[in-house]
Write a protein that binds this ligand. Structure first.
Ligand SMILES: [Zn+2]
Length: 197
């Protein structure tokens, strides 16, 4: 006989991919659909992302939704009485504590849609994203189109490599990055560095 312990109803969904793959558009669409179902929705982004107006999240095709900038992952818990579904944009820029924070939210029957870059410009897993993907109920990996050959893109290729060679975080748009497939990347990726030793 099954015990009648109430189970958490929260779901964690991850929407990831390279830049220009439509991640933020997908996040906005999921939040809008939840609002149609009368769910209370909130959206957060790291304060670090200063590219657009501070209190909105904007996709590259200019769709937007209200969004609260927060300093760190723990700050998400300050608002936890006010919503059923929480959207997180640019999740890769958050600290690793985001994983524990998401688990806590799920235990409180909140659902989370975490959106972000799965890899940095060198093909390395980005911040808390691989851990969120591992514990998620569902993961959607989106692909942009390679700007060189038109095949599905793999990473966000950094066009200004020399200027900011070692820094993982360089905020940007079409001026700094473009989507490229594995065959059209002309710098060495770090992905299998440890395996080659
Ligand atoms: Zn290509």
């Amino acid at each position: 006989m099954l015990l009648s312990i109430p189970k958490p109803k929260g779901r964690l969904e991850v929407v990831c991919g390279s830049m220009f793959s439509g991640k933020t558009e997908e996040l906005i669409s999921r939040l809008n659909r939840a609002q149609f179902k009368k769910q209370r929705v909130m959206c957060f982004k790291p304060e670090l992302d200063t590219r657009h107006a501070l209190n909105t999240v904007v996709s590259h095709n200019q769709k937007l939704i209200p969004c609260t900038p927060v300093k760190n992952a723990n700050d998400l818990l300050k608002y936890d009485n006010d919503y059923d579904l929480i959207g997180i944009d640019e999740s890769q820029f958050f600290d690793m504590n985001l994983v524990a924070v998401c688990q806590k939210l799920l235990q409180q029957n909140k659902s989370v849609v975490a959106c972000g870059l799965d890899m940095d410009f060198l093909g390395n897993p980005f911040g808390p994203m691989p851990f969120l993907m591992a514990i998620a109920d569902d993961v959607l990996k989106l692909h942009a189109i390679c700007t060189i050959c038109g095949e599905p893109a793999y990473i966000s290729y950094r066009k200004i490599l020399k200027k900011a060679k070692q820094k993982q975080i360089v905020l940007g748009d079409q001026n700094n990055y473009e989507a490229r497939c594995r065959n059209c990347i002309d710098y060495k990726l770090n992905i299998f560095k440890s395996a080659q030793k």
